[in-house]
Write a protein that binds this ligand. Structure first.
Ligand code: OAD
Length: 233
């Protein structure tokens, strides 16, 4: 089989914005509407788990009302030309629904729940709400399978290994504000080409980055052309 070049796409909330999912830090974003520490931290869960449960039940419900957009679909299509791995901070399932096959969710997944005691005891929940009182197999309250502020990011080392092997790194729709995810860019090989798609300015740690200042869908249309043409050179 022909050896395919490796693309790693580091994606954030911005790639799903045009599907209708609100980002976190843009004006009107989720963290203007909610106190992040109340709904997305381990302390918030300990203080008011039912509020946290409701917040993620609402996010999961919203997932049924949205569709992957062209940016998600182009990433899936690029698998015809490249070995593509997606490392996403998003907890939605739009990359899966667009057809991408290799996806690592750094911050968890809305369609899964887990034991409150054992991070490895994970169950599929699909689109339905997690009920208060609903138990994991170990008898503890089921909680959203989300990595909250104040918790370790179990997949970070795996993600760093993946980024380090990329020939081409794509950074799409992330403010690069949240660590350790934001630090992944620093693992890219010195020879890797790095492209960043975002309609706003994003500070990106001094690497040589080609910036495409567009929304994800328009930016991915442009980048697709560049990436496919570069295969013929
Ligand atoms: P942010 O909300 O911090 O950043 C979203 C980025 O998307 C910004 O740089 C926007 O300029 C950009 N953006 C907005 N609209 C866009 C569009 N149509 N196309 C492309 N880009 C667009 O979201 P993340 O960087 O993903 O974690 O946030 C990282 C983490 O912080 C999240 O995973 C979440 C949050 O708190 C947890 O909840 C644990």
């Amino acid at each position: 089989m022909k050896h395919l070049k490796k693309i790693v796409a580091l994606t954030g909330a911005g790639i799903s914005a045009e599907s209708g999912i609100t980002t976190f830090r843009d004006s009107g974003g989720l963290w203007e509407q909610y106190d992040v520490m109340e709904v997305a931290s381990i302390d918030g869960w300990r203080k008011n788990p039912q509020l946290v449960q409701r917040f993620y039940n609402d996010r999961r419900k919203q997932l049924q009302e949205v569709e992957p957009n062209v940016a998600h679909r182009i990433l899936a299509e690029l698998e015809n030309y490249y070995d593509v791995t997606i490392v996403t901070q998003n907890v939605d399932n739009l990359h899966e629904r667009a057809g991408s096959t290799k996806i690592l969710h750094l911050h968890g997944e809305l369609t899964k729940a887990r034991s409150s005691a054992d991070p490895d005891m994970i169950v599929d929940i699909g689109n339905r709400p997690i009920e208060w009182g609903e138990k994991a197999p170990d008898g503890t309250q089921l909680r959203p399978h989300i990595v909250w502020f104040g918790e370790a990011v179990p997949m970070i080392a795996t993600a760093a290994d993946i980024v380090a092997k990329a020939d081409i790194l794509l950074i799409i729709g992330t403010s690069l504000n949240v660590y350790p995810a934001a630090g992944l860019v620093g693992y890219a090989d010195r020879k890797a080409s790095i492209y960043l798609i975002d309609p706003n300015e994003v500070s990106h740690s001094g690497r040589d980055v080609t910036i495409i200042r567009e929304k994800a869908t328009a930016g991915m249309e442009k980048l697709k052309k560049i990436l496919i043409e570069s295969l013929n050179n």
